[in-house]
Write a protein that binds this ligand. Structure first.
Ligand SMILES: Nc1ncnc2c1ncn2[C@@H]1O[C@H](COP(=O)(O)OP(=O)(O)OP(=O)(O)O)[C@@H](O)[C@H]1O
Ligand SMILES: [Mg+2]
Length: 248
């Protein structure tokens, strides 16, 4: 699913938080957003998912203008996102958490199925998704006992159980132990490669981004400073000067 914005803006008082952002993420494309703290990356995600209403500009998912659509409508059109605060139920097992998410998204067509299928389909989807994020071996453990890195993986699994066609990932490796990061990055790369999902991801570490993204977008003071291949972004002088003192 294509994801596009035109002259998107959010002003709080006189302050532009997101400033005139026109962004086109093609269907199946992987775009990473980088930018210093406070650049407006998370706010842009809030505008895209409908948590925050834009004060100017437009947003489209595929051919549908969703500028004033509530979050649940955008989700139904296929837009998924992870949240900073986790949506995991700690007392349920890893599999149960994923199954609840799968059931919620499969639920609408439940009356069409035989009873046995109604039970099986969400469970099978949940198991397949846990496998794809490398959590299958923890399926039957209570999710409260998962490590921080595993919880981030479960957040991703819960998101994928809803079968979104475009996903927004806000620093999915934040707070993860260094040794957990490569596996998480590999899962995300596989989701992009095998499931052809459109991915828009905020990630600070340029070394992680280089081998992953089709394009890198740079945000600075709410504006989209540049969007190009990772190699050209690294070589871009405007980007480098915006980052002077900030690690890329
Ligand atoms: N509801 C709000 N009211 C006032 N200011 C806000 C609000 N939401 C965000 N801001 C401000 O907007 C700016 C952008 O914040 P945002 O969280 O989008 O940045 P970010 O690029 O995600 O930063 P980080 O890398 O630290 O996550 C910041 O200066 C923040 O303080
Ligand atoms: Mg942020």
């Amino acid at each position: 699913m294509r994801l596009s914005t035109r002259a998107l803006g959010l002003r709080i008082g006189a302050v532009p938080i997101v400033d005139d952002v026109s962004l086109d993420v093609r269907s199946g494309e992987f775009v990473v957003i980088i930018g210093p703290n406070g650049a407006g990356k998370t706010t842009l995600f809030n505008l895209l998912s409908g948590v925050t209403r834009a004060t100017s500009g437009t947003i489209a998912l595929g051919d549908v203008d969703v500028t004033s659509a509530p979050p649940y409508r955008r989700a139904r059109l296929g837009l998924g996102r992870t949240f900073q605060t986790s949506t995991i139920f700690p007392a349920l097992t890893t599999l149960e958490n994923a199954r609840v998410a799968a059931q919620a998204s499969l639920g609408g067509s439940g009356t069409m199925w035989r009873l046995a299928d109604r039970e099986r389909a969400p469970r099978e989807r949940a198991l397949a998704v846990l496998e794809s994020v490398g959590l299958a071996h923890r399926a039957h453990d209570v999710s409260g006992s998962l490590s921080h890195g595993e919880k981030r993986k479960l957040d991703l699994a819960i998101l994928l159980c809803g079968e979104p066609s475009a996903i927004l990932l806000d620093e999915p490796t934040a707070g993860m132990a260094a040794e957990d990061i490569p596996a998480m990055v590999a899962s995300i790369a596989a989701i992009h490669r095998d499931q052809k999902k459109t991915i828009l991801m905020v990630e600070h570490r340029m070394d992680l981004v280089l081998g992953l993204a089709d394009r890198v977008a740079v945000m600075h003071h709410g504006a989209l400073l540049a969007i190009d291949t990772p190699e050209r972004i690294v070589a871009n002088e405007t980007v480098q000067s915006a980052y002077l003192g900030d690690p890329l």
